[in-house]
Design a protein. Sequence first.
Length: 196
Amino acid sequence: MMQDEDLGGPARKNVFSKAATRISQVGNVYQSWLDQWTPHVVSRWAFAIFLILVFILRILLAQGWYIITYALGIYHLNLFIAFLTPKNDPAMDFDGEDDADGPQLPTRSNEEFRPFIRRLPEFKFWYSVCKSTVISLICTMFDFFNIPVFWPILVMYFITLMCITMRRQIKHMIKYRYLPFTHGKPKYQNHADGGK
C-alpha cells in the first residue's frame, strides 16, 4: 500500500505541528477578545472588581489561603504604584541631564507641557490584575497552598506597608509636581475656536 507522499499528495502533519497550530489558533482568539475589550475601560474594571469580589468571597467562605491573599494584595499594590509612577522618573535622574530616549515630566513651571506617561499603562495594569486574581483563585483550589497563619498579623502588616508606600508615592508626586489622573486637571480651550 502506498503512502500519500508516494502519490504526490499533501504530506501528513505530525501530532506536534497540529498541536502548535491549534495552540496558535487559541492564542489568536484570546488576543482577539482582548482587542475587543480594549476600548471598554469601565466594563473591564467592573469585570476586574467582580473577579476580586469572587476571590474575597472564596477566602471568606473557605476561611483559609491567607498567604495567597496577602501575596495577591502585595502584587496589586506594586501594580498600583507602577501605575502611578511616571515612565521617566525625575528622581532617577541623578546627573540632571536630559535623556534622549523620550519625553520627561517638566520640573519647572516655565517648561513646556508634556503629557504624563505611566510606567505601567492602564490596560496592562487591568490585565495583570485580572490574570493574578484568576491565578490566585486557582491556587485556592489546592490544599497545599493553605498554609496555617495568624491572619490579623498579615492584615496589619499589609495596611502598614500600604500606608508607608502610598505616603512615599504622594510625597514623590508633590515633590515633582505631577498628577497621574486627568480628573481635576485644567482644561484649555482651543484658540482657533475663539475661546468658545
